[in-house]
Design a protein around this ligand. Structure first.
Ligand SMILES: Cc1cc2nc3c(=O)[nH]c(=O)nc-3n(C[C@H](O)[C@H](O)[C@H](O)COP(=O)(O)O)c2cc1C
Length: 272
């Protein structure tokens, strides 16, 4: 069935691995008959910082409260045109793909700025004006899928379960869990291309083929089994019930087991 996919990508250099894989995304999804929308953040000169210019019609001109102004601008149709247009694309999408190089264990600032500005109060948080009632599995973006496609300069060994950097899926938890699952999206295990800083032509072809194969499962693969706030594991909407993930603390406690019994480091190499 035809679906709509929004690709948001962040790299100014057309020959970069990121941009080459963006082309693969477009070609693969179009060949599958899907509708493809894209946001080339550098090409659009996307405004990365979230500041007073985002609120031309303030509730309180005396003090800038981002949450209050975001909710007001969103609900009264007074957001800036660039933000409203990105929200329209996001709402029309069945899946969101973020493609970016790993910079300091996270996304480039321009992409973080897309999230900061586009994920408005009333849409991605404070859904229906009900505070935290809808979050982690419920919210304005429920029903959509999300997938990160990340170019990682370092070698896979550095991101192994005991690798010096820590497992990539744990490092990206603030994005997969705190940003994408939070407003209700189902998030697939991250797709990483390691050793991206020094790639041979053959390596690039291999990376394209691997990504193309991965895209085949965009609407079929099982998402990361993050625990849902309103699924029973968090009786008071804040902490895990005592019988859930007994003895576990930290990030891992918020991921249930897959049928195969795997947890968080779903795409981490096994024997490095
Ligand atoms: C500002 C900056 C920060 C980076 N941080 C990391 C990092 O945290 N971990 C890592 O493995 N590589 C890091 N790298 C290397 C990039 O991930 C690598 O250059 C990129 O993935 C290559 O892909 P590209 O051709 O699409 O730019 C960093 C590079 C830059 C420029």
């Amino acid at each position: 069935m035809k679906k709509n996919v929004l690709i948001v990508h962040a790299h100014p250099e057309p020959t970069s691995l990121t941009r080459q894989l963006v082309e693969t995304t477009k070609q693969t999804l179009e060949a599958q008959g899907h509708g493809v929308m894209s946001s080339d953040l550098y090409g659009m000169h996307w405004k990365a910082v979230f500041d007073e210019r985002d609120f031309p019609a303030r509730v309180d001109p005396g003090r800038l409260s981002f949450i209050e102004e975001s909710g007001h601008a969103y609900s009264t149709g007074q957001q800036t045109a660039d933000v409203a247009s990105e929200q329209e694309k996001l709402l029309a999408a069945d899946a969101l793909i973020l493609q970016f190089p790993l910079w300091w264990f996270g996304m480039p600032a321009i992409l973080k700025g897309w999230v900061d500005r586009v994920f408005a109060y009333g849409l991605a948080y404070g859904y229906k004006g009900e505070g935290n009632r809808y979050r982690y599995g419920d919210g304005g973006l429920k029903g959509k899928r999300a997938l990160l496609s990340v170019m990682v300069g370092g070698p896979e060994k550095d991101y192994a379960p005991r690798g010096i950097n820590g497992p990539l899926e744990e490092l990206l938890f603030p994005i997969t869990h705190g940003t994408l699952f939070f407003p209700g999206m189902e998030v697939l295990p991250t797709h990483a291309v390691y050793g991206s800083a020094r790639m041979t032509a053959a390596g690039v072809e291999e990376a394209k083929a691997g990504w193309q194969a991965r895209l085949e499962g965009l609407f079929a693969d099982a998402p990361i089994p993050f625990r849902r706030q309103n699924g029973g594991d968090y009786p008071d909407g804040h902490g895990l019930a005592a019988h859930v993930a007994r003895g576990q603390t930290g990030l891992r406690a918020h991921v249930g087991e897959t049928a195969a019994g795997e947890i968080l480091a779903l795409n981490a190499p096994r024997d490095l």
